[in-house]
Write a protein that binds this ligand. Structure first.
Ligand code: EPU
Length: 339
């Protein structure tokens, strides 16, 4: 491996959208699969704890990372097969997710448009099963290819083997740094009806007869822009917490005390409560303390207004979770990985 690929004592600030300062003992740029195989046979690097990093858009660094950061720089999008109805596309895991969405939409293919502008890479999209506006990456993913960093073996996971759930997959249960996703195969369709199950999206597009993927993409980008902070301007990692998921019994109990609590039923028959509402009810909407705050239009997003440290953000988030626990007796599980 070349010197440009392996660096020591590297600032991670450019590699996380929260804009946190933290140093990695080592950082290795993974530019091709060969580097991964070399890594597997390097005793020095095998001894290090490892963190696989895509765009760093779902991470909070609260301290330096004593170990090896593997920066995913794998690139490439290729059509594997295509017929009149559908197309199979393999994208390297280091591709920017939204570049893939734009590629699909530019071809007129259906499926990814609701997931426009979600920050992150293709690999992270699979790990995290990213979702927005009524769609999830899991419904497009055919298989996930990767390499075990313990023995260098290549492995393919079918969609079913990925065990996708709400912002969840089998990859999250692996020891971090043991399995490196190299590419993901997606299936897009050439015709289809727009997915307008999300009320805000349906409302915006109600006048359109049969909106194209490009129109849906444009609308999603507009809605996101009006609600969510742009990480290139204000440091953040999207939703900081997941929306709590309750059983019907749990929902009924909480509704006795809070009859106005909003919820929506999931396909699996559970009930999702918007964490944004819980946070707002606890008085945290638009609160700013020092360099930390909740975004005024979407309090589920915690922002770094300037020079917040990871510890400050971490404490701020913990105080929000404690308020929700106290008032509603509900646990807010973090969507963001805290390191
Ligand atoms: N709400 C409030 N106050 C607010 C904002 C929202 O009470 O200030 C309540 C309302 O009841 C609203 C509900 O929250 O109807 C839902 O809000 P929103 O549509 O903004 O979506 P969300 O559930 O808060 C989820 C995802 C987002 C995704 C949006 C749109 C999670 C954790 N977050 O947020 O994903 O963009 O839906 O589909 O599931 C991310 O994962 O990083 C992310 C940004």
């Amino acid at each position: 491996m070349t010197q440009t690929q392996l660096r020591q004592n590297v600032s991670l600030r450019p590699y996380n959208t929260f804009g946190m300062e933290a140093k990695a003992s080592y950082l290795l740029e993974i530019t091709d699969e060969e580097v991964l195989h070399t890594l597997c046979s390097s005793p020095l690097l095998q001894q290090q704890r490892r963190l696989i990093l895509g765009s760093g858009s779902n991470l909070l660094f609260t301290r330096d990372y004593e170990g090896l950061v593997l920066l995913n720089c794998l690139k490439g999008i290729e059509i594997l097969e295509e017929d009149d109805n559908q197309v199979m596309v393999r994208a390297a895991s280091g591709e920017v997710w939204d570049d893939l969405v734009r590629y699909a939409v530019d071809h007129g293919w259906h499926g990814a448009e609701n997931l426009s502008l979600i920050p992150g890479t293709v690999g992270a999209a699979a790990v995290q099963n990213i979702g927005a506006y009524g769609a999830e990456a899991a419904s497009l993913i055919q298989e996930v290819q990767g390499i075990s960093l313990q023995d260098g073996r290549e492995k393919i996971f079918s969609n079913r083997q990925c065990l996708f759930g709400y912002r969840d997959s089998i990859f999250k249960s692996f020891d971090p740094g043991t399995f490196f996703i190299t590419s993901v195969t997606f299936r897009f369709t050439k015709a289809g009806s727009p997915n307008l199950t999300y009320p805000a999206l349906a409302e915006e597009l109600q006048k359109e007869h049969h909106p194209s993927p490009a129109m849906v993409r444009e609308t999603v980008i507009r809605i996101r822009g009006s609600k969510l902070p742009d990480p290139t301007e204000t440091g953040n990692a999207g939703s900081f917490f997941k929306n709590p998921v309750l059983t019907e019994e749990e929902l009924e109990t909480i509704r006795k005390k809070y009859p106005d609590i909003p919820f929506h039923k999931t396909e699996a028959g559970y009930f999702k409560i918007p964490a944004a509402w819980l946070i707002e009810q606890c008085g945290w909407k638009g609160v700013r303390e020092g360099h930390c705050g909740t975004w005024p239009r979407q309090p589920l997003v915690i922002v770094n207004y300037g020079n917040a440290t990871g510890r400050e953000i971490d404490t701020f988030a913990e105080r929000i979770a404690a308020s929700v626990r106290k008032k509603f007796g509900m646990e807010l599980e973090r969507e963001v990985l805290t390191i």
